[in-house]
Design a protein. Structure first.
Length: 129
């Protein structure tokens, strides 16, 4: 009988410790993949998360599978920018709440290049008068 009492006392003693051991979640996380317009992952793309309220930025570089991760972000409004050489940048606004875990798919398209062709007749120059 005393072993039952000891076991019950041990459970009652350890139960409150388990309740206090839980962590409070006060941050958010953003994960994602950067792809080109054909769906191929872009390795080495730069992804920036800028907290709009605090004007603080964090950068990440995508891995070989095009994945990036920002694990511990303060809650608030953010601007996410993804860029890679030869491709147009992508910008998104995000509002992060406590405990949010966002997974994004970002597609970058080829940069637009403009060519200007000037076609005009050369001016007539009189060499003899």
């Amino acid at each position: 009988m005393s072993s039952r009492r000891f076991g019950l006392a041990l459970i009652l003693f350890l139960l409150p410790l388990r309740l206090f051991a839980q962590q409070a979640v006060t941050a958010a996380s953003v994960n994602g993949t950067v792809e080109d317009s054909s769906g191929a992952p872009i390795a080495g793309a730069t992804v920036t998360m800028r907290n709009v309220d605090r004007n603080q930025s964090q950068n990440a570089t995508t891995d070989l599978r095009g994945r990036f991760r920002f694990p511990l972000l303060a809650i608030g409004d953010y601007q996410l920018t993804a860029s890679a050489p030869g491709l147009a940048s992508s910008r998104q606004r995000l509002r992060l709440a406590i405990g949010a875990a966002i997974d994004l798919l970002i597609r970058l398209h080829p940069a637009q290049s403009e060519t200007i062709d000037v076609t005009a007749a050369p001016p007539i120059v009189e060499t003899h008068r």
